[in-house]
Structures are given as structure tokens and as C-alpha cells.
Design a protein around this ligand. Structure first.
Ligand code: FEC
Length: 314
């Protein structure tokens, strides 16, 4: 029997090039092409952050590569070769392509994990559904990591980042305790609440755990990057939160986007450009924690979850 175990590492996906933005956006909109105005608006956002390579592609590639190396070094994996395959939700190589590649290599057992720590049926749930359907076609036995939002190494990596930026605030003359820490994540349509989705609670749990570990009390949670659709999305949005904080005379804000693990559009544009511009108008100082990208503690979080999931099917 082969000692190879496939690891399907799933991520949101980003266009390959500027010409690819329309196809990418159409995929996100489940086959409906965006209007010219929507396409122009998204293209402009990418133009503001892309210097050749789309950042999310670079980070996903490097996370998949680093995870494979981290797994190879884990003693619990001795005698087993974990082979990582990339599967993207909205771009090539798609989730189904990743599973096809595993089948082509003769993989019979695999673990699926998403580069996003919090479970929602609209995010992780849909990644898993697609991977499972394809794996069944190929007769691959797969288990999945559904969330890892309280993994001690993830919490440590995030709290170290929060503390490091609070140090910077202090060095710049701010009082540590008066910096308001805003934990944030991608908003989703409000209907997920009625559906009993664990996403909002898991995000609050991560925020509380990081706040405890970093020893901070001056914090709150806010949403970001909501879509423009007719149905309401979870709020308050970070841009509105900044307006409220300004009225409360808050001068220093540290954003910790704990729902994301990489530098990409929603961080590099929505926070670093859009939110920073609003903060400037309001005469507030806004900083953001560094993204995890391929931080060793994050890689160890993923590798621990993969191994535990594999042990369950082994
Ligand atoms: O850098 C990049 O190229 C991609 C950045 C990116 C990430 C990301 C993560 C999440 N999304 C989630 C939910 C939704 C829902 C819709 C939606 C729409 C977009 C659009 C772009 C986009 N998302 Fe995204 N998301 C990223 C990018 N997202 C671009 C389309 C334009 C726009 O609305 O701004 C609405 C779909 C619809 O119209 O029906 C819902 C969630 C995450 C975090 C979990 C994960 O990574 O899977 C949830 C990164």
C-alpha cells in the first residue's frame, strides 16, 4: 500500500492577470458577468495593489510549499509522504483540478484544509462540498479540517503580531491602553445568522483568545469587505466603525483582520488604502497587524490539523 497521503490545500484564488479579472469575477458571481462599471471598479482596486504578481497567488503558492515542508519535518508523519496540492475556489487550479491531480498521482487517501480559520457554510462548507464530490468520483477517501480558529499556535502567531504593533504605537508616542484594537473579518449576508452558522461566534472566540493572550482590554469586533447586493450583510462595517470611534475621541486604531491569513485585495486595498484614507480624514492613526502569510507558527497550525485529521482516517 502506498504511503502517500494527499493534502488538498484550498484557498480563495485570485486572477492570473489583469485580463483574467472578468472571468474571475464572473465565477464569484456564479456565472453572471459583472456590469462594465463593476468590472472597472474591481480592476482599479487590483491596479492599486498589484505590482506584477497578484499578491494572493504568491502567498498561496508559498503557503502550500511551506506546509509540505513542515509536514515532512513532523515526527508524527514519519513513514508517510504528505503531498500538497492546491485547489482554488474561484481561479485555476480549481478545487476540482487539485483533486484530479491527486487522482492522477495515484493518491487514495487525502486530507482537505482551507487557508481560512473560521467555518461558514458559505465559505469552508462550500469548499469541502466541491472537494468531496470530486474525491468521490475518483474513489479517494478524504477527511476535512473544518476550522482551526482556536488552535494555540494560531492564537500565539496573531497575539505576537498585535503586541508588536502596539509596541510601535508606543514608540510613536501613543498610550498602549488607549489604542483601540479592531478585530475584523469578511462580512457575509445576514441570513447566515438564521441558518445557525458558527462563523460570527468563531470569529469572536478568536478575537477574545488573542485579546487575552496579548493582554488587551480595549478591543471590539467589526466586519469588512461586505458585498454590494440587495440583501443585508453583517455589520457594522469597519468604515462606519471608524466614524463612531472618531466621535468617541479614539485617536489610535490597530486593525487585526483575524479572518484572513494572507496579504490580498481585502487587506491591501480595503484596509491599507480605503480604511486608512477614512482614518486620515478623521485625523486618526491607523495601523494593521502583519498578515500571517507563511509564518512558521501558522504552518505548524495547518500541519498539526492535517496530521490529526489524517490520524482519524488512518
Ligand atoms: O486578492 C484577491 O484577489 C482575492 C481576495 C479575496 C478574498 C476573499 C475572501 C472571502 N470572500 C468571502 C465571501 C464573499 C462573498 C462574496 C464575495 C465577493 C468577492 C469579490 C472579490 C472578492 N470577494 Fe470574497 N474574497 C476576495 C475577493 N466574497 C473580488 C467580488 C467583488 C466584491 O464583492 O468586492 C459575494 C459573492 C456574490 O456576489 O454572490 C459572499 C469570504 C471570504 C473569507 C474566507 C475565504 O477566504 O474563503 C467569506 C481573500
Amino acid at each position: 500500500m502506498s504511503n502517500q497521503v494527499g493534502v488538498l490545500v484550498m484557498s480563495y484564488g485570485t486572477p492570473q492577470s489583469m485580463e483574467d479579472i472578468e472571468a474571475y469575477y464572473t465565477h464569484i458571481r456564479r456565472g453572471n458577468k459583472p456590469s462594465e462599471e463593476q468590472l472597472r471598479e474591481l480592476t482599479e482596486r487590483y491596479e492599486a495593489i498589484v505590482g506584477g504578481v497578484f499578491p494572493l497567488r504568491e502567498h498561496t503558492n508559498s503557503q502550500v510549499e511551506s506546509l509540505e515542508k513542515t509536514l515532512a519535518q513532523d515526527e508524527r508523519a514519519s513513514g508517510v509522504e504528505f503531498r500538497c496540492y492546491q485547489g482554488l475556489k474561484h481561479a485555476s487550479p480549481f478545487i476540482e483540478d487539485g483533486v484530479d491531480a491527486m487522482a492522477k498521482d495515484g493518491i487514495k487517501r487525502a486530507v482537505g484544509i482551507v487557508l481560512a480559520p473560521h467555518y461558514s457554510m458559505m465559505s469552508i462548507g462550500s469548499y469541502i462540498k466541491r472537494a468531496q464530490a470530486k474525491a468521490e468520483e475518483h474513489g479517494i477517501e478524504m477527511s476535512f479540517v473544518e476550522s482551526y480558529h482556536l488552535h494555540p499556535k494560531l492564537i500565539e502567531a496573531l497575539s505576537v503580531r498585535v503586541s508588536a504593533k502596539l509596541d510601535q504605537f508606543e514608540e510613536a508616542g501613543a498610550k498602549r491602553d488607549s489604542v483601540r484594537v479592531l478585530f475584523s473579518a469578511h462580512s457575509l449576508p445576514e441570513k447566515i445568522i438564521e441558518m445557525g452558522d458558527p462563523y460570527p461566534d468563531q470569529l469572536l472566540e478568536t478575537s477574545k483568545a488573542v485579546a487575552n493572550q496579548a493582554g488587551i482590554e480595549n478591543w471590539q469586533f467589526t466586519w469588512q469587505s461586505a458585498g454590494q447586493t440587495a440583501t443585508p450583510w453583517l455589520g457594522p462595517d469597519i468604515l462606519d466603525t471608524l466614524q463612531v470611534l472618531s466621535k468617541e475621541q479614539v485617536e489610535d486604531v490597530l486593525v487585526a483582520p483575524v479572518g484572513f491569513v494572507s496579504d490580498h485585495l481585502e487587506v491591501l486595498y480595503d484596509l491599507d488604502i480605503e480604511a486608512k484614507a477614512i482614518a486620515k480624514e478623521l485625523d486618526m492613526r491607523l495601523m494593521r497587524i502583519d498578515s500571517l502569510n507563511n509564518d512558521p507558527l501558522y504552518m505548524e497550525t495547518l500541519s498539526d490539523c492535517v496530521i490529526k485529521s489524517w490520524q482519524g482516517i488512518n
